[in-house]
Design a protein around this ligand. Structure first.
Ligand code: GLU
Ligand code: ZN
Length: 295
């Protein structure tokens, strides 16, 4: 069998319930996959147990089901992938691409958030230390399907970044790249808050010999005061009895133009309309959208 031409995914973090902003991202990735007959995978990014909200994983799965989303294959949990992450980190250290960092929070202050490289050549022991990936002193650029060209200089703007924390937790940047590669993801569709993580991920793909997926970053839904939904507020769960109206509102947020008479339809019918009429070129070319303007 040939590898499928399109493999998409939704990768929620169980630090809280799905909210309207996550619905917009889930819907965009789902429709973009299904409109071309592609596969759509679901991955739980449960890397950080202390920040996990009890019951969030079940609530997320339940919300996706009641909103009519159907994923292909088994749900993958990052908490079950630790052996792989550990193996890759060992290899990166052996190749001289990553190193142990023992800097305290205090030592890291005052560099504009860019790691100054203090431990680069210190040869610290990898146990009881954070592990950082050495970044090249160059710019990475890619063309996002909605946001257009995006550039970032890894050395100047990001610096050597953490791939395993000192407390042993694995970093999102490493896990997302390894798992997208392992699952054969061809298309990453997600919120625009992750645009500036993408150059780090492009570099990781390069050092790990993984292909670069295509990227599409949808506008982030924000509160009137500019805050991202779900982070600074504890958002309520997506109500099961609001599935069709909220899916329609999410479609409109993505620039699609569903007919008003879909309002009374079941979620499955709204999704079917969305698949049949999906036009990614209509997605607003904006990093944020105010929730209040979408009602
Ligand atoms: N788990 C991340 C989040 O919920 C998304 C990761 C991704 O789509 O790359 O924000
Ligand atoms: Zn250090």
């Amino acid at each position: 069998m040939n590898a499928p031409a399109y493999v998409g995914r939704f990768a929620p973090t169980p630090s809280g319930y799905l909210h309207f902003g996550s619905l917009v991202a889930a819907l965009a990735s789902y429709l973009d996959a299904r409109a071309v007959g592609g596969r759509w995978l679901l991955r739980m990014e449960d890397l950080d147990p202390p920040r996990e909200m009890p019951g969030a994983q079940d609530a997320i799965l339940h919300a996706l089901e009641s909103y009519g989303f159907e994923w292909d294959g088994e749900l993958v949990r990052q908490s079950e992938r630790h052996d792989r992450y550990a193996e890759v980190i060992d290899r990166l250290i052996e190749r001289g691409l990553a190193y142990a960092c023992t800097c305290s929070r205090k030592q890291l202050e005052g560099h504009g958030g860019v790691y100054p490289g203090t431990c680069r050549d210190a040869g610290h022991d990898r146990h009881d230390a954070a592990i950082r990936l050495r970044v090249p002193d160059r710019e990475y650029a890619f063309v996002d399907r909605v946001q257009g060209e995006f550039h970032q200089h890894l050395g100047r703007d990001v610096g050597d970044f953490v791939i395993r924390r000192r407390d042993g937790l694995y970093a999102y940047q490493l896990a997302v790249v390894l798992d997208d590669g392992w699952q054969g993801v061809t298309d990453v569709v997600r919120g625009a808050d992750l645009l500036d993580s993408t150059p780090r991920q492009l570099y990781l793909q390069e050092v790990l010999g993984l292909p670069h997926p295509r990227y599409l970053h949808v506008p982030l839904i924000i509160q009137p005061d500019g805050h991202k939904l779900g982070k600074s507020y504890r958002s309520p769960p997506l109500a099961a009895d609001q599935a069709s109206p909220l899916l329609l509102r999410a479609l409109r947020a993505l620039g699609q133009q569903p007919p008003a008479d879909l309002e009374g339809s079941l979620p499955g019918a709204v999704l079917a309309w969305g698949i049949a009429h999906w036009d990614a070129t209509r997605i607003p070319r904006s990093r944020t959208l105010a929730e209040a303007q979408l009602r």
